[in-house]
Design a protein around this ligand. Sequence first.
Ligand code: LMR
Length: 351
Amino acid sequence: MNNLKVRQITRLVRNFGTTTKNDFKVAVVGACGGIGQPLALLLKRHKLISKLSIYDVVKTPGVYADLSHIDTKVCIEAFQCAENLPAALEKAQVVMLVGGMARKPGMTRDDLFAKNASVVEEVTMIVAEKCPKALFGIVTNPVNSCVPLAAEVLKKKNAFDPKRLFGVTTLDLVRSRTFIGQILGVEPSKVALPVIGGHSGQTILPVLSQCKPTLKLDKEKATKLIKRIQEAGTEVVKAKDQDGGGSATLSMAHSAAVFTDALLKALKGDGKPVKCSFVASDVSDCAYFATPLQLGKNGVEKNLGLPKLSADEEKLYCIAVEQLKKDIQKGIDYFKKQNKDEKKDKKDKKC
Ligand code: LMR
């Protein structure tokens, strides 16, 4: 099906949509991939969404047809091909970027940067042009470098608002609650703790000392649990290797939906949701760090800062900070290099 037809169908469905002033337009970029499809499904059921704009480079007509048969009030707008990305993002209040390559066994998230950086850069340029006030969540890995890169792009476009750009780290909390729930024999939903830092290996720091209900583990068991949380993404990558490969899609889509839900409630003024997310801040020695955030109509309303850490957690914090500094710099350096190359190209053309 060509682009025109995708757009025609979109218009038709849009006409039947019902909207109220408390409904929002959410755009999912990379909506037809492994994370994008289940995320779009979860959002199609969301009560605060009136329009769900799905964008991808392939498969959009099929995913559109499938989703649009679901009997909820959320209208689907479908867009395919880079030239239609601006239309997909037009007037979006929340943008979730889930596109890009997934890890294969033996790779770190960092290894994805060479492939995914250009996706982040291109999408962020359009966010800056079409919906600079949107709350923008980045799921695309490596989050630790992609968020600083997106910030640089937004700065260049005079559209950077540190309150509105989020690295989605919710899956680290989701996993922490699940594993701790299993240890304590309680429902995961009853477990609460801050998970701070970044989203890869030792930059993920579940603050077990602040866990509610209290978690009493000896040092060896605590170390093992922290390691499992830090390496849980790799656990999935290894397990999926037998089935054609890839990384977490379902648990990631669930986590991205949980985070989107918090953003929507914040936009609506429905309470003041608190979520941990990787954002620009000065609460640590890193320019970006995940801490608990109180969300409001304009994004981050208040950064609740670093939680109290035990002596052992202080050591893990220092390790996380050292690694994060490098990851953050990688995103910034990529942007600088691109810009330099761009300027050089322009100069060469003049000559
Ligand atoms: C995860 O945590 O599962 C995702 O970041 C995907 C990955 O590569 O591990």
